[in-house]
Write a protein that binds this ligand. Sequence first.
Ligand code: ATP
Length: 364
Amino acid sequence: MARIDLKNLAHSYFPDPRGDDDYALRRMEHVWEDGGAYALLGPSGCGKTTLLNIISGLLTPSHGQVLFDGKDVTGLAPEQRNIAQVFQFPVIYDTMTVFDNLAFPLRNRGIAETQVKSRVHEIAGMLDLTGKLKQKARGLGADEKQTISLGRGLVRDDVSAILFDEPLTVIDPHLKWVLRRKLKEIHNKLRPTMVYVTHDQIEALTFADKVVVMYGGKVVQLGTPQELFENPAHTFVGYFIGSPGMNFMPCNIDAGAAWVDGQRIALSDTQMTALGKATGKLELGIRPEFVRLEGETAVVGDDGIPVNIVKVEDLGQFKIATTRFGNAELKVKVGEDQQISGQNGILRFPQQWTKIYADSQLVA
Ligand code: ATP
């Protein structure tokens, strides 16, 4: 398996691009480690497929290079890159048995039949296909056919990388959970370099060691699921990851604190130093999981903000309370065991979870 280097990569579908807006991918410089599981996550049109197609060789970038283990593959066709690919829809041979479908990529490489047999049985076992190996693919359902496609993608152990383009789109929601977990298990066991395109955050967070969050043709953050959750580097990441996403409120900085609608929110010394002399638009962000909601009889003190509770949604394992002070509206995730009564409460913002976003960290 290979390390993937993206060097100064950019792509425009226009023959004569005039500005940044004409680029589907803007300057990218990344190293993706050998054996890593990377998810490309972002909304429709952010450039995920463009990037995947450049890595697979279906598309030649307007600028820059792709390197596999230091070797420049930018000019090579997909079949010369030694990669496996799994697409949204099954790519299998209906007239062949499940065994022969899984064996195909190995036999195509001239692998000895004893090795073919053992590898097919290993992968079939991991994907619960062992009982179906003798059946023709034709009679199987869409879920099973796509599972075979996944197996075909995983069966070779000598590829540089396995590329997945929204492979679970056609899969039934329950089986999606199962396959996501299996893919993770297979990755942990075999450690191939995997790149997985999805617009589904749950899929990205359960599958990947590292999530590459894309927005407007750029990577806005590359991090572990925990880093993206606890420390979003960009407002888009805060908004896109999490359910519900991060709360944002315009704020200004004065006397060592952030101010939202006349309310003081204390910041740590580190945050104040990081902000420096930031001017212009600033947004305060805090996740619904990290803001604390207390009853209206709690002591307001220096760090409490009196709020109205405008709505409480009970989602079984937790509740989402929508609170308001002035023009600011905040969602708070409250555990099922915490009672919310009355129409008022006190909010507190733990300092380590309160983020301030400025300039290039804001959604453009
Ligand atoms: P989706 O999740 O909808 O597939 P994506 O994140 O994969 O979206 P891309 O398909 O890479 O995004 O598209 C990035 C941008 O490039 C979009 O603005 C899209 O309209 C544009 N684009 C994609 N393919 C072409 C093409 N063949 N010709 C011209 N523009 C294209």
